[in-house]
Design a protein around this ligand. Structure first.
Ligand SMILES: Cc1cc2nc3c(=O)[nH]c(=O)nc-3n(C[C@H](O)[C@H](O)[C@H](O)COP(=O)(O)OP(=O)(O)OC[C@H]3O[C@@H](n4cnc5c(N)ncnc54)[C@H](O)[C@@H]3O)c2cc1C
Length: 510
């Protein structure tokens, strides 16, 4: 592809040149920006929304909180002593990310309200030409996507849903103008968001209909506010925060071991989940309907101090019949019953395995990434780089999500790897690098073989971790320390280098 072919018709603004372009301002984008800042690499960040924060800006539903303890679910280089609870609420995590952006002076590099919809590699220039929906063009040597995988709300295509006359919204687009007090509210879905929403709203509503397709495994979690003395100890006792962080990390790695190597060990979690149901729900039939029939961990294990109490509340009705239709004022299930309702909350998750289709990416020789991934499945080398896509990197890319611990740990490993890749391009006096097809195929064959033994593939459930062919394209196959270890170095033998000894294109920083 050549330069002239990139420019969309009607584009009048001048292209903006930078060395590295980052997409997104969640943990990934901010973490990457800080690493590039340290390395002295010139960069800009494009963010489709009006503020930083990603997941923690968008999800403001009642009860929203992390389900990995905050002392681990945060940057290792930005510890915080004053987390209010073990599992902090959303406003606190969002504040934390805003604070990180302030501390490192990142806002001046961010172009807000800039939705990237096209990125084309120029073989002659060795540069990415990136376009936002407002027609602005950016030219960069490196393109790093921190676009995340859980930001495009998935609302199922239920017949009649547009005819509904009451308020309806997705959990990630909570409409705070809608007062739920005294209303009949339907919550569709029983995943990670729903189990936080249900106990938070049940006391206010007149009636709560909870539509469940598959029950989750839910285990209790302590979440009392940390006393001031404990926060002070985190702040002033040397090594305490790190010890707590490490303790949480290794405890969760134990869970990761069971999920990836010994699914039979997860029976212990099932026992705790069943006891949790038993202590909160008196009704035997309701208990049966709430008890999963697949191995714990096959879908994300959820933590809640009060989900089952919420479901057992007389105002809550658990509905397990399949939804067939939505009418102007209700939801019809396949037993023919129309359930009248004032508000519908879709707690139905996100476009995950197809989230890559939202940006048109063309690499070397015009290779279309979306077409390739549609054809061959979503595959990257070490979850970060892709053959024939020079200088393109994904943070939390294919097969680097987690089912049990903090993804920030993975993001930090990837950020360091990308920074090394950029340094390697310079060391080789090259313009670009991309993994070789053979290295990528080899690594992914091993990864898929390992995934074959994990609970996600063998646990008897159908989760969003699997694509439409039943292949796990979402999760890392092993222990997270193994990933961290493998990402400490970039093996040049796994990569092809382009433009060695060639000068940078005119107008491009380098
Ligand atoms: C409710 C909820 C709770 C969660 N709890 C946990 C937890 O406890 N532990 C855990 O490990 N994980 C959790 N996760 C997963 C969570 O998404 C990740 O932990 C993490 O926040 C991902 O960060 P990110 O920066 O990669 O992506 P995001 O936070 O999704 O940020 C991506 C950013 O990119 C922007 N963007 C996307 N596409 C474009 C585009 N085309 N152009 C411009 N900008 C774009 C988005 O607006 C967004 O700001 C949770 C997710 C949800 C939804």
């Amino acid at each position: 592809m050549t330069v002239a072919e990139h420019a969309p018709e009607g584009t009048t603004q001048k292209a903006v040149h930078t060395r590295a372009l980052i997409i997104g301002t969640g943990f990934s984008g901010l973490g990457m920006a800080i690493a590039l800042q340290k390395q002295g690499v010139d960069f800009l960040i494009l963010e489709k929304a009006g503020d930083v924060g990603g997941t923690w800006r968008d999800n403001s539903y009642p009860g929203c909180a992390c389900d990995v303890p905050s002392h681990l679910y945060s940057f290792s280089f930005e510890p915080k002593a004053t987390w209010s609870k073990l599992f902090s609420p959303q406003p606190e995590i969002w504040d934390y990310l805003k604070g990180v952006a302030e501390k490192y002076g990142l806002r001046r590099y961010i172009r807000f309200d800039s939705f990237v919809d096209r990125a084309h590699w120029d073989d002659a220039e060795y540069r990415w030409h990136v376009f936002t929906t407002d027609g602005q063009e950016y030219v960069a040597q490196f393109l790093i996507s921190g676009a995340g995988a859980l930001h495009i709300p998935l609302i199922p295509d239920i017949e009649g849903k547009d005819e509904f006359r009451g308020a309806s919204f997705h959990s990630a687009q909570w409409d705070h103008d809608v007062d739920l007090t005294g209303k009949r509210v339907a919550v569709i879905g029983t995943g990670a968001s729903a189990i936080q929403i249900v106990p938070s709203i049940v006391k206010d509503v007149d009636e709560l209909q909870l539509y469940q397709r598959t029950p989750p495994w839910v285990v209790p979690r302590p979440n009392k506010p940390f006393p001031e003395a404990v926060k002070n100890a985190f702040a002033y006792v040397p090594g305490l925060r790190l010890a707590v962080r490490s303790g949480i990390y290794w405890f969760l790695e134990g869970l990761g071991y069971a999920m990836t190597r010994r699914p039979a060990l997860l029976r212990g979690v099932e026992l705790v989940g069943k006891l949790n149901i038993r202590r909160s729900v008196k009704d035997k039939e309701l208990r049966r309907r709430l008890t999963p029939t697949y191995t714990a961990g096959c879908k994300r294990i959820l933590y809640s101090p009060n989900y089952y109490q919420g479901v057992a509340n007389p105002k809550c009705q658990l509905i397990t019949d399949r939804i067939t239709r939505i009418t102007s004022d209700g939801i019809v299930t396949d037993d023919g019953v129309e359930h009248k309702v004032d508000v519908i909350v879709y707690a139905t998750g996100f476009h995950v395995t197809d989230s890559y289709t939202y940006v048109d990416i063309k690499g070397a020789g015009g290779e279309d990434l979306v077409d390739r991934w549609n054809r061959e499945g979503v595959v990257a080398h070490r979850g970060v780089a892709v053959a024939d896509m020079p200088n393109l990197f994904f943070l939390l890319g294919p097969n680097t999500g987690l089912g049990h611990t903090s993804v920030v740990f993975m993001i930090e490993a990837q950020v360091r790897y990308v920074a090394i890749a950029i340094a390697e391009v310079d060391r080789y006096d090259a313009q670009a690098l991309a993994p070789s097809r053979s290295a990528q195929d080899r690594e992914n064959a091993e990864l898929q073989a390992e995934l074959g033994h994990t609970v996600w593939n063998t646990g008897g459930c159908r989760s969003w971790y699997l694509d439409e062919h039943g292949v796990n394209r979402a999760l890392w196959s092993g222990m997270t320390w193994e990933y961290w270890r493998d990402m400490r170095k970039l093996k040049p033998s796994e990569y092809q280098f382009f433009g060695v000894g060639q000068p940078a294109a005119v107008g491009s920083p380098r």
